[in-house]
Design a protein around this ligand. Sequence first.
Ligand SMILES: N[C@@H](CCC(=O)N[C@@H](CS)C(=O)NCC(=O)O)C(=O)O
Length: 203
Amino acid sequence: MKFYMTPGSCSTGIHILLEEVGLVFEAYILNLPRGDHLKPEYLAINPHGTIPTLVRDDGTALCDFVSIATWLAETYPRRKLLPEDPAGKNQAMEVLNFATRYIHGEGFRRVFTPERYAVAGDIEATKAQGREIVAEALEKVSRDLDGKSYAAGAFSIADAGLFYVEFWADKIGMELPVNCRAHYELMKSRPTVRQVLAEEGYR
Ligand SMILES: N[C@@H](CCC(=O)N[C@@H](CS)C(=O)NCC(=O)O)C(=O)O
């Protein structure tokens, strides 16, 4: 399989899941500031021009965090990346979607690429709005994590999604709410997470 990624980006969550499953893959690193993701050869693989992308052994590509994570969980069920009971599975999918689509898609995209959203060119106000969305959303996640170690009981694909938004919040100096901080530290104690962070250049 071919895995298209950028160190320290949302693809880090998929990188963790690939290691959790123990898959052998070729990693292709894209430099986003240089615009590698917008080059015709990459757009031919992923027309959205985003990472992560996973090209499977049959040559077909999955071009979205949630679809890659769900495919991994369903294709390698023995790794138990999703709870088997319907209620647990729903809970995991809810957290995963909230982290990727809302905290990342609505919050961090405003922080990292405010020019895409800024009304009347007000970049700083857009960034501040993004931070506010992230902060409020993480407060909600923290409340939902109360009494739990992982988002849906045992480790699941939801935790990989939650991890990368916690990682970003930490990197931009936001204080993580108490249960998110505990979840973040727990994730960092997993051997796969330590390995991935080291491989991606983080200590
Ligand atoms: N819907 C996509 C979005 C992923 C995404 O926004 N990735 C960022 C990096 S963390 C990206 O590729 N940004 C480049 C761009 O949007 O131009 C997914 O969930 O995989």
